[in-house]
Design a protein around this ligand. Structure first.
Ligand code: SAH
Length: 366
């Protein structure tokens, strides 16, 4: 017997094809999407504008299964972090960041990560698997419901950033399906400017994304030259800075008001000198850019320190002086380990990276 389809794995196109295969009109698919995402209804029995017969057939053919919320923490600054438990027992984390007039949800795309950026906590747990589309859009669905159920607050999701655990462009199809639902007027209805995908820089996938789902793009740059970026973001050895910057320019070409956001984590004594700022200005020349400086968020055994505030300020001034919009990201939610680079979830590491690292560390001690 083939396993039942999960309707939360379908964007509008796939939902319509599924209904067409059942001999149903496409507007039935549209009604179901509205029930699932706008009504927050997952039981067919509650989808009252569908015929009894259709509800019975749906019951036989398809499920509406989502992950579960396993934990819910609120930081002193209002940042909220959920632990999301998947059907196989793995967990990922989802973070809601309330700000004046907006609410940003930070969504995970993989269980763990395989990119091994040296300053990121997620990397330390290794990689387990890609999230399914329903596990990605399910984070938005669950957070949306949880926020609506919190009687006291009017917090709503106005923006989504694919900046949680994992590299979204290495889970391309499922991430795109989930983002289509974020954008779909029948589902969450967010504008393309309010959905941002962050990548460490997978060049072919950046080009594909422009074709199929041109949301806002953020690129984790973190270093202004290949020698340093090769160390911090090992993916750079495959797609070096010049090649990555070309892809960034292609991404925004023909779209006059668009910019790429470049993320740059400020690591004390590593990438935060005035010389680095000058190099950064030079490589961004000709690319419509915005720079996001991220104070490094520590985690046990990280081996890096956060740059001092005056060092970050001086760095920002130098970039600003070149006419590039630059902001220092406020650190949010760090008292519940919800800040950038601190998300870990609960991962059974199939690559056994943690163990190998420990062994390597043990060997090095002799
Ligand atoms: N893999 C994607 C999505 C993760 S986004 C990417 O690399 O863009 C998470 C962001 O937080 C990235 O910009 C990442 O580089 C940054 N980050 C990782 N570890 C961090 C840390 N310890 N402190 C601050 N920012 C960190």
């Amino acid at each position: 017997m083939t396993p039942k389809a999960n309707l939360f794995d379908f964007d509008r196109g796939a939902m319509r094809r599924f209904f067409a295969a059942m001999g149903e009109k496409s507007f039935r698919a549209d009604q179901v999407i509205k029930w699932l995402y706008q009504g927050g209804v997952t039981r067919y029995a509650d989808m009252t504008n569908l015929s009894k017969g259709l509800r019975v057939r749906l019951e036989e053919l398809a499920e509406t299964r989502l992950p579960e919320l396993a934990d819910d923490q609120v930081a002193s600054d209002g940042t909220r972090k959920w632990l999301v438990r998947l059907a196989d027992g793995n967990c990922v984390e989802t973070v809601f960041i309330p700000e004046d007039g907006r609410g940003t949800l930070c969504v995970s795309s993989q269980v763990g990560c395989m990119l091994n950026c040296t300053f990121c906590a997620t990397a330390r747990q290794g990689f387990n698997r890609n999230l399914e589309a329903h596990e990605i859009i399910g984070q938005v669905w669950l957070a949306d419901r949880a926020l609506r159920d919190s009687a006291s607050s009017g917090d709503r999701i106005t923006n989504v950033v694919m900046m949680g655990m994992g590299e979204p462009l290495l889970n391309f199809d499922n991430v795109v399906t989930a983002m289509q639902l974020m954008l779909d007027d029948l589902a969450f209805g967010l504008s393309k400017r309010r959905v941002t995908l962050s990548t460490a820089g997978l060049v072919p996938q950046i080009d594909r994304l422009r074709e199929v789902c041109p949301v806002s793009l953020a690129v984790s740059l973190h270093a202004p030259n290949d020698a340093l970026r090769d160390q911090l973001v090992p993916l750079n050895r495959k797609y070096p800075i010049a090649v990555l910057m070309d892809a960034c320019r292609r991404y925004v070409s023909g779209q006059p008001r668009r910019r790429i956001t470049f993320e740059y984590v400020m690591l004390k004594g590593v990438n935060d000198s005035p010389r680095h700022a000058d190099e950064l200005v030079r490589i961004l020349e000709g690319t419509p850019s915005k720079v996001n400086l991220i104070p490094f968020n520590a985690f046990p055994g990280a081996g890096y320190e956060r740059s001092a505030p005056d060092v970050v300020d001086r760095f920002r001034e130098l970039i600003l002086a070149a006419g590039i919009m630059t902001v220092t990201r406020k650190t949010r939610g760090d008292n519940i380990d919800a800040a950038c680079g601190q998300l870990v979830g609960r991962v059974s590491d199939r690559t056994r990276r943690a163990q190998r690292l420990q062994q390597a560390a043990g060997t090095a001690a002799f």
